[in-house]
Write a new protein. Structure first.
Length: 257
């Protein structure tokens, strides 16, 4: 159902079962997937693609132009997957030409009130951003990460799978997968053991990750030597340890420790 006060451009493509609330504005070149529910006073800008069964709450701004001085009005996109929940006053921005032209968000994510995702971010699946959490541009967030309330992540950083950033954390370096980070200048405080157990990691995997964490972050070895030692160790056969090592080896900004 489309409310009589909503403004929907005739060049927008609206699938079946979409519910659009009062005073919402949807521009041309927008696609909204089947069963998505959009509340009142939402603005969805051109170049936005929204998947199935999402729920977008009031006052959210979806697919707005990037806050980048380099942006000169080029055609760029926001790609939003299925079954995402976007709470009040969330802002999700389109990409820039220099960043690949698109911001990409996967499935089953939860963006709480006032969360912000800047241009050219790539967010995986089942990510949680709590109230007021903010991502700068060009950030990669892997599956199942949690970003606490009012946390801020610097542009070009990466947040690893199942990492947990506590509230008020400021991250300017890559946060490794499976770890817990906190502080105004983020520091690691061990593995995200609660999250790992909730995701049913086996005892063998937990033990392997704990040993890998101690070797990398709590020994006297340099990062390069720790990675080399673990790569040669039997632990490297564990997929999660492999992913951790690969994440560390491909870091460009540097690793939070």
């Amino acid at each position: 159902m489309i409310h009589s006060t909503a403004i929907v451009d005739p060049k927008a493509e609206i699938a079946g079962g979409v519910d659009i609330g009062p005073y919402t504005v949807i521009e041309k070149d927008v696609f909204i997937g089947e069963g998505t529910k959009i509340g009142p006073h939402v603005v969805i800008r051109e170049g936005t693609r929204i998947g199935k069964q999402c729920h977008i709450f009031q006052f959210s701004s979806i697919g707005e132009a990037p806050q980048s001085f380099a942006y000169q009005g080029e055609k760029t996109y926001l790609l939003l997957g299925d079954q995402n929940i976007i709470r009040e006053s969330v802002t999700l921005h389109r990409g820039t030409v220099s960043g690949g032209q698109k911001t990409v968000i996967g499935n089953n994510n939860y963006f709480m009130a006032y969360a912000h995702v800047a241009h050219d971010c790539h967010i995986g699946n089942r990510v949680v951003m709590a109230n007021g959490a903010t991502l700068g541009g060009h950030i990669l967030v892997e599956d199942d990460a949690v970003i606490g309330g009012l946390a801020a992540v610097h542009q070009f950083c990466r947040i690893g799978a199942l990492a947990f950033l506590s509230g008020l954390t400021g991250a300017s370096l890559d946060i490794p997968p499976y770890t817990l980070a906190s502080g105004s200048r983020a520091k690691l405080f061990g593995l995200n053991t609660v999250g790992l157990k909730r995701h049913h990691f086996s005892g063998e995997t937990l033990r392997a990750l704990k040993k890998a964490y101690r070797t990398i972050f709590r020994s006297s070895l340099t990062l390069e030597k720790a990675i080399k030692q673990l790569s040669e160790d039997n632990l490297s056969r564990i997929p999660e340890v492999q992913h951790l090592l690969q994440f560390l080896q491909t870091s460009k900004r540097g690793i939070c420790r």
